[in-house]
Ligand binder design. Structure first.
Ligand code: EPU
Length: 438
């Protein structure tokens, strides 16, 4: 399939699309299936590349994976988990960050784990030090080798006390997926509490795990001897929903996102309304629309849940280029997630980035050299450009900008968007967008 996309912008997106399960839960719930003695069934699974990658990683470890793409169902039978060949593992090097989460389950099932070099979006250094520290805390021995990381647990995995210096989503998941079958009690403080993590806890509870989440970001896990399979419907993708919401605003359109859920999106909905966007919130989904009147500038900062998600930031910035006045966006989760703004400037936006923490509070990047605050002056009409997708969310944001721009834009590397946005071509067509690929 070609990876160059041409978009003729300037038409409102209008219509309805559906979001299915959240990429950032589905992949982790699939890893959790490895821990069960019996088969698991996950529903509302989107047809995205990350799901394909995790399916392959499970398969090379002996899990029988059967997928009904149209129905969005995955059956995973881990009865015959086995060691994977190093070449098969290495074939997945650079494809995703999910392999690091296989460590705990593989250590429990096989006594060892080999992890390839990781991939994922280039939005900062994205180190794995928290993950490796967590595993060592449980008693694992980590050996970094040329072809990846080799992890063993010569004396088994034991419950422990862990404090995260930052409430990392991935490190919290690492603790959960390791502690549920470790011997004894694990107490995790300063844990991430994103809705996707609560949903993973729900999956693990269905499997027989004992996990309690306190109000102060503390999670206590009592290890159990064995776990069963699960049957679960993944929570909807609130990042995808917000991305389409911003597309509605930028194109002065109206998009009903079937499946979008209010509660996990509450913070985004407040911001959307403050900017001047229109909302109809129903049980079936949420309609996001441009009200016809000018949009308003705002000051926002990204944060861990329940703050404004970093993954909402990029499409929101595109919307703010159309707001009346000066908006400030302070990115506090990733040190390098504003690089995508230079292409928006080529399209006519006026965005300046700064090393300082702008907009009120100071964050852990404040004394570093990272451009992690942006000042967006609007409204600035966008015009077509020839741009290349930088990362998943940045890529979708370029698509949004091109849809709102006058003229014909060329977007290169569009395949990256398939990692996390299900059937986005079909959805664009349903909403009346004009585009073609060659
Ligand atoms: N961090 C470390 N060391 C680590 C792990 C994280 O310093 O070992 C730092 C990161 O560099 C970052 C911060 O901690 O500055 C937060 O990272 P976190 O671990 O929370 O992120 P993640 O688990 O790698 C997941 C999502 C991201 C999403 C973040 C924050 C998945 C597969 N990825 O990443 O989603 O932005 O949580 O909510 O769940 C995306 O979907 O496009 C995406 C990037």
């Amino acid at each position: 399939m070609s990876s160059t996309f041409h978009v003729r912008g300037g038409r409102p997106l209008d219509g309805e699309i559906t979001v299915r399960g959240a990429k950032n839960l589905v992949s982790k719930a699939m890893v959790a299936a490895l821990l069960g003695e019996g088969p698991s069934v996950l529903q509302s699974v989107p047809d995205i590349r990350d799901v394909q990658i995790v399916s392959e990683l499970l398969s090379i470890h002996g899990v029988k994976v059967e997928r009904d793409v149209a129905a969005g169902t995955i059956h995973m039978d881990p009865s015959n988990v086995e060691r994977a060949h190093v070449v098969d593992i290495d074939a997945h090097a650079g494809s995703s960050r999910i392999p690091i989460l296989f460590c705990g389950p593989l250590l429990h099932r096989l006594g060892e784990a080999i992890i390839p070099d990781l991939g994922g979006c280039r939005i900062g250094d994205r180190p794995i030090n928290y993950h490796l520290d967590v595993l060592r805390n449980f008693g694992a021995v980590v050996d970094k080798r040329e072809l990846g990381i080799y992890i063993t647990a010569p004396h088994g995995l034991h419950g422990t006390k862990i404090h995260l210096e930052y409430p990392s989503v991935g490190a919290t998941e690492q603790v959960l997926l390791t502690a549920v079958r470790a011997q004894g009690i694990t107490e995790l403080t300063n844990a991430a509490v994103e809705p996707e993590i609560e949903d993973l806890i729900a999956v693990l509870q269905k499997m027989g795990a004992l996990i309690s989440l306190q109000t102060d970001r503390t999670i206590t896990i009592e290890g159990v001897e064995s776990l069963g399979g699960y049957q679960h419907v993944a929570l909807p993708d609130r990042i995808e929903a917000a991305s389409w919401a911003c597309a509605a605003l930028v194109t002065k359109g109206s998009v009903f996102v079937r499946g979008a859920e209010q509660k996990p999106m509450a913070t985004f909905l407040n911001i959307f309304r403050k900017v001047g966007g229109g909302l109809d919130i129903t049980e079936e989904g949420i309609r996001f629309f441009h009200p016809g009147s000018p949009l308003r500038a705002i000051a926002v900062e990204t944060d861990v849940h329940p703050g404004l998600m970093t993954d909402w930031q990029q499409p929101l910035v595109v919307a703010l280029t159309q707001a009346d006045g000066i908006s400030i966006v302070h990115e506090t989760v990733y040190e390098n997630r504003l690089g995508f703004t230079s292409a928006l400037n080529e399209m006519g936006a006026h965005i300046q980035v700064y090393r300082e923490c702008l907009g009120g509070s100071s964050c852990r990047f404040g004394r570093s050299n990272y451009n992690h605050s942006a000042v967006v002056s609007g409204p600035k009409p966008l015009h077509a450009a020839d741009i290349t997708v930088p990362d998943l969310r940045g890529g979708f944001s370029y698509l949004v900008a091109a849809l709102g721009a006058e003229g014909e834009s060329t977007i290169r590397g569009i395949d990256l968007i398939d990692r996390g946005y299900e059937s986005f071509r079909e959805k664009l067509t349903a909403l009346g967008a004009e585009f073609w690929e060659n």
